[in-house]
Design a protein around this ligand. Sequence first.
Ligand code: KIV
Ligand code: ZN
Length: 524
Amino acid sequence: MNEADSERVMIFDTTLRDGEQAPGCSMTLQEKLRVASALRDLRVDVIEAGFPAASPGDFESVRAIAAEIDGPVICGLARCHAGDIERAWRALQGARRPRIHVFIATSEIHRTYKLQMAKEEIIRRAVESVRLARSLCRDIEFSAEDASRTEPAFLADVVAAAIEAGASTINVPDTLGYTVPDEFFDLFRYLKEHVAGVDAVTLSVHCHDDLGMAVANSLAAVRAGARQVECTINGIGERAGNCSLEEVVMALRTRAGHFGIGTGVDTRRLYPTSRLVASITGMHVPRNKAVVGENAFAHESGIHQDGMLKHASTYEIMRPEDVGLSRSNLVLGKHSGRHAFRERVQQLGFKLDDTELNRAFTEFKKLADRKKEMFDADIEAIVMSSEGEGTGPWTIEELHISAGTGAIAAGAVRMKHTDGRLIDEAAVGDGPIEAAFKALERATGVDMELRNFEVRSVTTGEDAQGEVTVTVEYNGQSLRGLGVSTDIVEAAAFAYLDVINRICRRNLAPGSDVTRSTGHAAAV
Ligand code: KIV
Ligand code: ZN
């Protein structure tokens, strides 16, 4: 372990690998690059960019992140197979600081039912793989999958063999979210005491949240000597998810006196990064989520509000600005200019290029005409739908909906294509949203199956914006789209259009052409 490692806890972000494995969380290459650049700005130590042998798409995204993202270590996952390791290494070629992460399961359950391998075979595979990886790359991490359910003495043997073979980081996963804090503390102490050479490597912890203890278990491991925590933004990941990055980082910071060690993360970037990942994956952050939830700094009861007015420390253990949330929530109005808008967007932690800023400002002005009060969340919603790739090829010129109790819902649209076509279409449906979706499909010629529809309010108040996320199936592919408006039928239409445009941009639809692109439609 080098000196820097012992002075702080390294943050290993696996949003793009373990997080992306969660159902509904897959991201396109462009989206992964946006998340990776946000993680670099957040100053995480390691980005696990993917599992290159898993698919050509995974290989390509690890390759692109390795080539473009400078600063953190870029890591690729590999099973203990020569083919996986070589593929990971090929994907990592462009990285200044590459790491190969090899793993094999060690618990009796996995040995018996999944791998059908004896203990000796597991050790042999681990050693051969770490050696092969080490012959290619200086920085090697070894993980004993399902470590928390592995016999401690055998785990110590595997770990000792991996260190001897050249691993510089040893990761101890609680793969099933099964352990509890004091038990996990004991396991790390056991490894510290029984593994030869353990002090020369970084001990790492990787927890899942099946029993809601991923953060607590990770912190227990840190208390026992772990100096790398593997985690994801918003805690996304397989099943109940992984250890949440923002929670573990803020626990170490807020309770610095207790833990005596911090991280290198720029905590003011936590909130914008959380919003970015939520918006890209469509996995919304619950309002009451610790650190980044909308209610995390809201005080409703009179007694609390009174205390807050007297001194914030009465009811706040963290300052909202330390996680990137501003206190002055009510912000700009319809008379605000571009300059003020740009400033606010920057304060909220977003980086937009000129085209994206112009697009966002136009949307802001349109919204300001419709809405009495503009909140940070409104600006965020606008920015989220303006950041990224561009617009089109289709835009909605007009949308008319009629619906009512006892009346057939009908929708009519006028759609404009970037090639100059203007198409009018109409349809009826079970309700206004179905009527709008059918009219959009007819006009654009893109026929999809709606699989999921979610609507949430961006802020509070009667004129709050509605944010709609749709998941659709098209030619066996699952795609997601996002739309925001003060009118939820319009928001739904924007979300549907978002997916239609993605399909057209990818040349998936008959008669589509690739032009400019935008939005939040993502392959799921
Ligand atoms: O949960 C787990 O065990 C993993 C390993 C591959 C590190 O994700
Ligand atoms: Zn995992």
